[in-house]
Design a binder for this molecule. Structure first.
Ligand code: ATP
Ligand code: MG
Length: 329
């Protein structure tokens, strides 16, 4: 297993947790799992240096707060393992320009940034992601729906390399749970909840004051109807709230629809706000305790980087050999 999260803002949001991080926690014991804070990806858009450093620590603390255990997985910071950038270059040279141009995340993000604000790094970051995954010979990549296309690209490039040279890379599969793969913005159910959203009104940030998040749930955009039912097209807002409720409470959508029969949207929102507070309060306490001990946090990350590097270096050495680089004497 391999996956990553960007330290692009101090706090993760509920979509990050339900779409990805929760699965990381569930999968860590049964698998050889590598999880990383992807700071190389974060600099595809401008970052303030001090803030980036701080957000990288906060991200790692949240991953531990969410339940990652360094005894059961390898947790590290991407820039601590130089092989990512090195294999990234090789993969760049294997990717077609047209192929990279088809990545919808790039199209969405560059549209937001405007031409002048769009870096070449933003264009090629899916290819760096390919390298991230292939370095660890991952079988599966637990991510949200928005990353499916990048895992597909990874499969294509792994197969291309294996065919052009010789079998080298494991061809990975996306691990995407349908129910939580796409948590929508509470104010605009047409778009995914996102760290880099232009407005934070519909964004449930995990480190916000729980009361502020409760308010966001209570003022979530729904529709003009009154019946709580599941309809992704016609009732996108309500359906999103039902999916979040189901993920946090463990009840099925059918059970929830029956439970809210005869009740208005307000009841769903209030219950959801309470459920979220119950989960997020201990999460915040755990995260804070990891942040209060930066020396221990750095020790965990250093150990993770060492474990990750051992695997990454072996893959890169094989790759360099197969493409015909002269070994350094
Ligand atoms: P950015 O907008 O800066 O790209 P992000 O919110 O998409 O930030 P990432 O760090 O890019 O966060 O993604 C981390 C993980 O969270 C990825 O696996 C991604 O698929 C998942 N994810 C992000 N947003 C959602 C969402 N709204 N619903 C489900 N999963 C999500
Ligand atoms: Mg993203």
């Amino acid at each position: 297993m391999l996956s990553g999260i960007q330290p692009t803002s101090g706090s993760f949001h509920l979509g990050n947790y339900l779409g990805a991080v929760r699965q990381w926690v569930d999968l860590q014991k049964e698998n050889d799992a590598f999880y990383m804070v992807v700071d190389l990806h974060a600099i595809t858009v401008e970052q303030d240096p001090a803030t980036l450093r701080q957000n990288t620590r906060i991200s790692a603390a949240q991953l531990l707060g969410a339940g990652l255990e360094p005894e059961h997985c390898t947790l590290f910071v991407q820039s601590h393992v130089p092989e990512h950038a090195q294999l990234g270059w090789v993969m760049n040279c294997l990717t077609g320009f047209g192929e990279a141009s088809r990545m919808t995340q790039f199209k969405d993000k560059s549209a937001k940034q405007g031409t002048a604000g769009t870096s070449v790094g933003l264009f090629t970051y899916p290819i760096l992601q390919v390298a991230d995954i292939l370095l660890y010979q991952a079988d599966a990549v637990p991510v949200g729906e928005d990353q499916r296309q990048h895992v597909e690209l990874t499969r294509d490039l792994a197969e291309r390399f294996n065919t052009r040279y010789s079998p080298t890379f494991t061809v990975p599969k996306p691990y995407i749970l349908k129910e939580t793969a796409k948590i929508q913005d509470l104010q605009d159910p047409a778009i995914k909840m996102s760290k880099s959203a232009s407005s934070t009104k519909g964004l449930v940030s995990l480190l916000d004051e729980p009361k502020a998040s409760a308010k966001k749930f209570r003022s979530a955009v729904t529709d003009t109807g009154t019946v709580v039912s599941y309809d992704e097209e016609g009732k996108a807002g309500v359906s999103n709230l039902l999916r979040i409720h189901s993920a946090l409470s463990g009840q099925s959508i059918e059970q929830l629809v029956a439970h809210f029969e005869g009740k208005m949207y307000g009841a769903l929102k209030t219950e959801l706000a309470d459920l979220f507070s119950e989960w997020v309060t201990p999460f915040q306490e755990r995260t804070r305790s990891f942040l209060d001990d930066p020396a221990e946090l750095d020790r965990v990350l250093a150990l993770g980087a060492e474990k990750a590097r051992a695997v990454a270096a072996e893959t890169l050495a094989q790759v360099y050999d197969r493409i015909g680089f002269l070994p350094a004497a």
